[in-house]
Ligand binder design. Structure first.
Ligand code: GDP
Ligand code: IMO
Ligand code: MG
Length: 405
C-alpha cells in the first residue's frame, strides 16, 4: 500500500509524530521535497528526537528511508543529524538512501538567503537555511545535483569554498546515493508499504500558498509524484495532518490569527508553540476551516489526522473560522490575491469546550462529548473522516478511529 501524509496548514501540524506513528506498518518512508527548513519533534520511548532532513520513520528498526529528488540537501547538516540520531541509539547503517537527483545546498546559499531577507522591504521570515536559493539555482539551471559531484572537471569549476565543501562530504555521501526512479520502482514491484512524508504544509506551497510568503517547493500532493517519481495512480490514501487550531512561523497573511494577546499566550504556552528549526515563537490562531477545505480539495485528501486536541483541555469554548469577510463580502474560498487574503477577517462559530484532560484517552468514544462534537463538526464541514486523533506529543497518545494501513 502507498500512503501519503501531508501538512494541511502552515507547517508544524505534527507530521513528524503522525509519520512516526504510521511507520509502524511502513517498509519505506520517503521525503519528497524541502530541506532542513523542516523541523519535526518526535517523542518515542521516553526520548525526544529532532528531525530536519531525515524522514521521520527512521526510529522503527524495520524501516528504510529515502530523501527524494525534489529535496535540497545540505550534506553537513545531514551528517550532523544522522550522527545525532545514531548517538541516541538508532542503528542507521544501510537504512538511509538519497536520490542522486536531489540538489546540494552550499554554505554560501545560507549567506545569500539571509542577505536577501535583509534587503527585502517585506521579509518572508525564511528559516535562513538557503532553501529558496537552492531552488532558485535549480530553476535557473545553475544548481548542483548529487549525481554530478564525482565529476572532478565539473567540481573544479566551483568556487574554492564550494569545492572544499563537496570534497569534504562526497566520499561519505557516495554509498547513500541511489537512482530514485529505479529505487522506487523496485519497492513498488516488491509490494512494499510505502509512506510518503510531506514537509511544511499546503498553505506554504509555492503555487497554492500565500505567495510570496511561502516556501520554494511543492508541498502538496503533486510533490510526491515529482519528488519520488511515483505515478499518482499508485497512491492509495492521502492523510491530511492538521492541528486543532492554526499556527504559522514567519511573515505573511494569517486570516485567523488571534487578536487577543491572552488567548495567544495561552495556546502558545500550552501547545509549546516554538519552532523546532529556528526556535521562533509561532503565531497562533483559530482553526481555519476555509483554508483547510481548500487544502483537502487541492490535494485530494482521503482522511485526516487531527493533532493537538489536548491543547483545548479546560477551555470553556472554542471558536473556528467558517468563512472570511473580505472588503465586506463573505467568501468561502482562499483568494489568490495577496491583498485580498491579507485583508480577510474570520467569521467565527463558537463550539463548546471541555473541562477534563484527554491526554490518556485511547478510544474516540470515550472523549468528552464536546471533544467528540468538535471532531464531528470538522468532519462534517470538510466532508472527510478523521482517522487519527493525537492527544499529546508522545507516541502512545494517539487514538486510532480507522486503521490507515
Ligand atoms: P511537524 O513539523 O509537522 O512535524 O511538527 P513539529 O514537530 O514542528 O511541531 C509539532 C509539535 O507538537 C512537536 O513538538 C510535537 O512533539 C508536538 N505534538 C505533536 N502532536 C501533538 C499533540 O497531539 N498534542 C500536543 N500537545 N503536542 C503535540
Ligand atoms: P515543517 O516541515 C513551518 C516557513 C518559514 C517561512 C517560509 C519560507 O516543520 O512543518 P524557507 O526557509 O522555506 O524559505 O521559509 O516557510 N517554513 C516553515 N514553517 N514549518 C516548516 O516545516 C517550515 N518550513 C518553512 O518560516 O515563513
Ligand atoms: Mg515543524
Amino acid at each position: 500500500m502507498k500512503v501519503v501524509a501531508l501538512g494541511l496548514q502552515w507547517g508544524d501540524e505534527g507530521k513528524g509524530k503522525v509519520v512516526d506513528f504510521l511507520s509502524d506498518s511502513a517498509d519505506i518512508v520517503v521525503r519528497f521535497a524541502g530541506g532542513n527548513n523542516a523541523g519535526h519533534r518526535i517523542s518515542r520511548g521516553g526520548k525526544v528526537f529532532s528531525f530536519h532532513l531525515v524522514p521521520s520513520g527512521l526510529l522503527h528498526s524495520h524501516t528504510s528511508v529515502v530523501l527524494g529528488s525534489c529535496m535540497v540537501i545540505n550534506p553537513e547538516s545531514l551528517f550532523v543529524e544522522l550522527d545525532s540520531i545514531k548517538n541516541m541509539g538508532i542503528e542507521i547503517a544501510g537504512r538511509v538512501a538519497i536520490s542522486n537527483r536531489a540538489h546540494v545546498v552550499f554554505p554560501e546559499y545560507l549567506q545569500q538567503d539571509k542577505r536577501q531577507e535583509s534587503e527585502r522591504n517585506n521579509p518572508i521570515g525564511t528559516t535562513g537555511k538557503g532553501i529558496g536559493v537552492a531552488y532558485m539555482h535549480k530553476a535557473t539551471r545553475t544548481g548542483v545535483r548529487f549525481a554530478d559531484i564525482y565529476n572532478d572537471a565539473y567540481v573544479s569549476t566551483f568556487n574554492d569554498e564550494s569545492q572544499e565543501f563537496i570534497l569534504e562530504f562526497r566520499d561519505r555521501l557516495r554509498p547513500l546515493l541511489v537512482d530514485m526512479p529505479c529505487h522506487m520502482q523496485n519497492a513498488i514491484d516488491a509490494n512494499k508499504n510505502i509512506l510518503f512524508e510531506g514537509a511544511q504544509g499546503i498553505m506554504l506551497d509555492i503555487d497554492l500558498g500565500t505567495y510570496p510568503y511561502v516556501t520554494s517547493s511543492n508541498t502538496e500532493l503533486s510533490g510526491v509524484c515529482s519528488g519520488a517519481h511515483v505515478s499518482p495512480r499508485e497512491i492509495d490514501k492521502i492523510i491530511g495532518v492538521c492541528k486543532a487550531y492554526s499556527t504559522r512561523v514567519g511573515n505573511g497573511p494569517f486570516p485567523t490569527e488571534y487578536e487577543s494577546e491572552e488567548l495567544l499566550e495561552k495556546v502558545r504556552t500550552i501547545g509549546h508553540e516554538f519552532g523546532v528549526t529556528t526556535g521562533r515563537p509561532r503565531r497562533c490562531g483559530y482553526l481555519d476551516l476555509v483554508a483547510l477545505r481548500y487544502a483537502v480539495m487541492c490535494s485530494g485528501v482521503t482522511s485526516l489526522a487531527l493533532t493537538h486536541l489536548d491543547v483545548f483541555d479546560g477551555f470553556d469554548e472554542i471558536q473556528v473560522c467558517t468563512s472570511y469577510s473580505i472588503n465586506g463580502t463573505e467568501t468561502h474560498h482562499v483568494p489568490a490575491s495577496l491583498q485580498e487574503i491579507s485583508s480577510a477577517k474570520p467569521n467565527l462559530v463558537t463550539l463548546p469546550g471541555w473541562e477534563e484532560s484527554i491526554s490518556d484517552i485511547t478510544d474516540r468514544k470515550r472523549l468528552p462529548k464536546e471533544a467528540q462534537g468538535y471532531i464531528e463538526y470538522i468532519e462534517s464541514f470538510l466532508d472527510v473522516s478523521i482517522d487519527l486523533i493525537s492527544v499529546g506529543p508522545k507516541d502512545h497518545q494517539t487514538i486510532v478511529h480507522t486503521s490507515v494501513w
